[in-house]
Design a protein around this ligand. Structure first.
Ligand code: SAH
Length: 230
């Protein structure tokens, strides 16, 4: 997970204990617990000691996913987080989506033969349509980039693959998961509406707490489903 505020309700809900940095030289933090027969490792990207903010974004997400796989050998990787949604896709603040059938990047424009699609990424997600139906969640393509805002070109790229859930990490986590052949699920709660009238920053901060609570409850159900098959 990218932000500490997103992870707090989850750490409480799963009753996880803080284990310190996943690697003593890096900022990523590890929290560990059990749910039925599964071991739950929650990793946050940690805080940037220079700018005193959470390490959000695509680069820390790659590093923490690699570190997590190398250290913990997980059977499945889940990336819970908050995201922007679209009114045109019927999203409301607090909605929870599973990324399906893929997660992509919308700001890696490489107009060279073969590299265009490589830039977009098209990383597959694991059984998210089946799970979303069972859990009564929305589904959609999650689209990641390195900015909270967007350019007209970003929007064009997003709509080329029906990207309707905009975040800053999912595609990076999915890329590393795919390299290692580990099933990947993105679960995202909507904090802001991209095609609405309020500025994203204001909406995000206003709704972060509510969305994180929704995210926590649905992620708990998701883990329960993955653990018990019910
Ligand atoms: N100013 C905020 C920073 C939030 S950045 C703060 O300091 O509290 C946004 C984080 O939430 C990222 O981790 C991203 O994955 C997610 N996110 C929520 N809404 C988003 C949107 N509209 N576009 C991109 N990412 C979004």
């Amino acid at each position: 997970m990218a932000m500490d505020a997103e992870a707090r309700p989850m750490i409480k809900r799963f009753n996880l204990s803080w284990k310190g940095p996943l690697n003593p030289r890096l900022p990523m933090m590890l929290y560990v617990g059990k749910h039925k027969k599964s071991v739950i490792n929650l990793i946050t990207s940690g805080e940037c000691s220079r700018f005193m903010v959470d390490h959000i974004g695509t680069q820390p997400a790659v590093l923490s996913t690699h570190l997590a796989i190398d250290t913990l050998s997980p059977d499945i990787i889940i990336n819970p987080g908050t995201a922007g949604g679209f009114i045109k896709a019927n999203a409301s603040v607090g909605d929870v989506y599973l990324g399906h059938p893929q997660v992509c990047y919308h700001d890696r424009r490489i107009n060279l033969p073969g590299f265009k699609e490589y830039g977009i990424g098209h990383y597959p997600t694991y059984q998210s349509d089946i799970i979303a139906e069972k859990m009564n969640l929305k589904t959609g393509v999650v689209t990641s980039g390195s900015s909270l805002d967007y350019t007209p070109h970003d929007l064009e790229i997003m709509s080329s693959y029906d990207g309707i859930v905009k975040d800053m990490e999912a595609a990076s986590v999915a890329w590393v998961a795919q390299l290692y052949n580990i099933p990947f699920i993105a679960i995202k709660a909507i904090t802001d509406l991209i095609d609405g009238n309020s500025p994203t920053e204001e909406e995000f901060l206003k709704n972060l707490r509510l969305a994180s609570e929704m995210l926590c409850e649905k992620t708990f159900q998701l883990v329960d489903y993955l653990t018990t098959g019910e």
